[in-house]
Design a protein around this ligand. Structure first.
Ligand SMILES: NC(=O)c1ccc[n+]([C@@H]2O[C@H](COP(=O)([O-])OP(=O)(O)OC[C@H]3O[C@@H](n4cnc5c(N)ncnc54)[C@H](OP(=O)(O)O)[C@@H]3O)[C@@H](O)[C@H]2O)c1
Length: 251
């Protein structure tokens, strides 16, 4: 039986990916801040297949809680980091801007760095024949700075750069770990504003299918889905001075 740890499995994409893994026969350790959502997931799928831990990735104690979750679940083949926050608006809310950076950047680094060190510390489990896989949900929002989501798009760019750097480090140090950067377009979750309409909106199920395919194929980067791959291709061609003048972009 394969095992996975999913951080941010209480709702949205992380919950859908965790549920799909359990349905495929994986043993899964799930985490998030909402105890009741974790308990509901465990009740739905069974304590023999699901372990839970309340983890706030902003808290330094998150790493101790992660160690305990790993001890209960077993050393995972896959570490899936889905936790993240974001909001859209032009009001420059300082508190929200900082919370976005702290959750998406500090929180993600705290968990990914700690798990990478866990891999390093367990050569009996992880080696050239059995590499751990670390997948993080970043976003296509990291492609360029979005005026209506400044901290969010910057945090997503940081996440992708961090994963790129960690991939190089893993090669330099011959660490038995692979990194997958998952970059979805709009997915129908609580992260989006229910009052807005989003182009090319993906269902959680569709996004989860694309993500699991990329994980199984051990992709380095996966833009979810093909329509967004096409969009990002053209988006990258827009020169920065022109992009910064595109004031009609509100998403
Ligand atoms: N939806 C989209 O259109 C879209 C597009 C591109 C990328 N993404 C990315 O996908 C990821 C998942 O978001 P989602 O769309 O599935 O939204 P979501 O339903 O709001 O899920 C966010 C998850 O992050 C967890 N989380 C937030 N803050 C946390 C903290 N301090 N500690 C631990 N867990 C925390 C939440 O759990 P608790 O509240 O229980 O802690 C929840 O499980 C995010 O990184 C987001 O940026 C989403």
């Amino acid at each position: 039986m394969k095992t996975a740890i999913v951080i941010g499995a209480t709702s949205g994409i992380g919950r859908e990916v965790a549920a799909s893994l359990v349905r495929e026969g994986w043993r899964v350790g799930i985490a998030g801040r909402r105890q009741e959502a974790l308990a509901a997931f465990q009740a739905e799928f069974g304590a023999d297949k699901v372990s839970t831990a309340v983890i706030d990735i902003m808290a330094p104690s998150a790493v101790t809680a992660l160690d305990a979750l790993i001890a209960e679940t077993g050393a995972p083949d896959l570490f899936f980091h889905a936790s993240g926050v974001g909001y859209q608006g032009s009001d420059i809310d300082e508190e929200k801007e900082l919370r976005t950076i702290q959750t998406n950047c500090d929180g993600m680094v705290r968990m990914v760095a700690h798990f990478t060190n866990f891999v390093k510390a367990h050569p009996d489990v992880y080696n050239a024949a059995h590499k751990a896989q670390i997948a993080v949900i970043t976003s296509i929002a990291g492609t360029a700075g979005l005026g209506s989501a400044a901290a969010y798009s910057a945090s997503k760019r940081m996440q992708s750069t961090y994963l790129s750097a960690m991939t190089q480090l893993a090669r330099m140090e011959k660490l038995p770990v692979r990194f997958t950067d998952i970059r979805p377009g709009f997915v129908d979750t609580a992260l989006l504003d229910p009052e807005r309409r989003y182009p090319m909106l993906l269902s959680r199920e569709k996004a989860s299918r694309c993500i699991l395919k990329a994980i199984k194929r051990k992709r380095r980067i996966c833009i979810v889905d093909w329509k967004y791959r096409a969009l990002v291709f053209f988006w990258r061609l827009i020169p920065r001075p022109l992009w910064e003048r595109l004031t009609f972009i509100s998403n």
